[in-house]
Design a protein around this ligand. Structure first.
Ligand code: PMP
Length: 419
């Protein structure tokens, strides 16, 4: 028995046996923030003996470290004090100008005043959702869609309505019908979230005609379009398709990133928004971070100014193309009958459909035991759908490892089918 400070008899300290003693204190908006069951498995999947077709990590081994090193050294010795100070909440003017030059490659004409720099495009997603969405609003997303965006929408207590895709990406007629049905049910639809190029996870790309048609539906329905485009410059065939934003500057909020064309660790992305939206975005950015990382912005601006960054993107593209080819060749050799997959023309991902009766979520632990990992399709739907699909990433493992990964996956699938 212990004695309390006021001289009374204290009860023995009560030990809270719940796993999280703070569970009753969290805000309602955190209820949607749950770690997925597959996360724990991925710590195993990251072991060297496992071929991971799961991660979406860019392969930056080809970055010219000598150039990056001299840029950083120069930055510290010449601009250091400015680069290490607080900066503009909207982002530094010279990088906003450089961002406009990058976007011109996809047909976008923009003014640096309309660009807000973010901590990766992931923060762009957060800020855009923060300024547009109230709890209970609906966000339209492709079926399937980027898992990190679904997490943001959930965190802001939005409901996700998935819209069907085909091999040319989002289906405009399905979009038209989804908006009509949701509005008829009294729901507020805030925006369409779409990844037009080499979609994560499906690997499909919207044709130019498809983009124009999606915009027509958006106009008809007076819908805002949030275009998320981290992979647009990583196409394997020809020139990039013009961005949706290149076709309409008043209806589209565009998210860009240096994570895949340079390096993700600098955490620099951006939002290009219609002029009227910019002020709210900057206020939201200032409230979240005061300013995006100034040092990173200076570093990237200096890299872009001092290096053939377009040539570097070509090097990345060729490396990813070789890996895509290796994964596709491995799939052709090792997948069982009844399995199909998309053929991406850029980016990082292949989306595979399993033979009937197989469940990618249920078989993941057995795949990891067989030393191959992937992301089950269920991760890319807000509603638990997707167990017949899996996302296979070819961005990180070497071509040889990719082929070995498909061989192991083929064995797992054959074994599953016989169970
Ligand atoms: N959007 C999509 C579609 C992505 O695939 C990713 C990264 N995997 C992001 C946004 C976020 O990237 P970052 O914050 O590094 O720019």
């Amino acid at each position: 028995m212990t004695h309390g400070p006021a001289g009374g008899v204290a009860r023995p300290a009560r030990r809270d046996t719940r796993l999280d003693p703070y569970v009753d204190r969290y805000a309602a908006r955190t209820h949607g923030m749950t770690a997925s069951a597959i996360r724990a498995l991925f710590s195993v999947a990251n072991r060297p003996e496992v071929v991971s077709l799961a991660g979406g990590m860019p392969n930056i081994a080809d970055l010219p470290l000598d150039v990056v090193g001299s840029v950083l050294e120069d930055l510290v010795t010449t601009t250091g004090m400015r680069a290490m100070q607080y900066g503009s909440g909207q982002g530094e003017p010279m990088i906003r100008e450089a961002i406009c030059e990058v976007m011109r490659l996809e047909g976008i004409q923009a003014h640096p005043d309309d660009v807000t720099v973010t901590v990766g495009s992931q923060q762009g997603l957060d800020l855009v959702t923060r300024i547009f969405c109230d709890p209970g609003d609906v966000v339209l997303c492709e079926a399937p869609s980027y898992v990190g965006a679904l997490g943001v929408f959930r965190a802001f207590q939005c409901d996700v309505a998935h819209v069907a895709m085909d091999e040319q990406g989002l289906d405009p007629q399905a979009l038209r019908e989804a908006v009509a049905a949701l509005r008829a049910a009294g729901r507020t639809v805030k925006f369409l979230y779409t990844i037009p190029n080499f979609q994560n996870p499906a690997g499909v790309t919207q044709s130019l005609e498809r983009r124009a048609e999606i915009l027509r539906v958006a106009e008809e329905a007076d819908l805002l379009v949030v275009e998320d485009n981290p992979y647009g410059l990583l196409g394997f065939d020809g020139e990039p398709t013009p961005a949706i934003r290149a076709l309409d500057e008043d209806r589209v909020v565009y998210l860009g990133s240096f994570s895949k064309t340079f390096a993700p660790g600098f955490r620099v992305g951006w939002v290009l928004a219609p002029h009227a939206v910019r002020e709210k975005l900057v206020l939201a950015q200032e409230s979240a971070t005061l300013c995006p990382p100034v040092f990173s912005q200076f570093a990237i601006a200096a890299y872009l100014a001092n290096h053939d960054w377009r040539g570097q993107i070509k090097v990345f593209r060729e490396m990813y193309r070789e890996r895509r080819d290796a994964l596709l060749a491995g799939l052709a050799d090792h997948m069982p009958a009844g399995m199909s997959w998309t053929v991406p023309t850029g980016g990082f991902f292949v989306w595979a459909t399993l033979p009937p009766g197989l469940d990618s979520h249920a078989m993941l632990p057995r795949a990891v035991t067989a030393r191959v990992a992937y992301v089950p399709g269920t991760a890319f739907y807000a509603d638990g759908f997707g167990s017949r699909y899996m996302r296979l990433s070819y961005c990180f493992p070497t071509p040889e490892r990719l082929v070995e990964g498909t061989r192991r996956l083929g064995e797992v699938l054959a074994h599953e089918a016989s169970m």
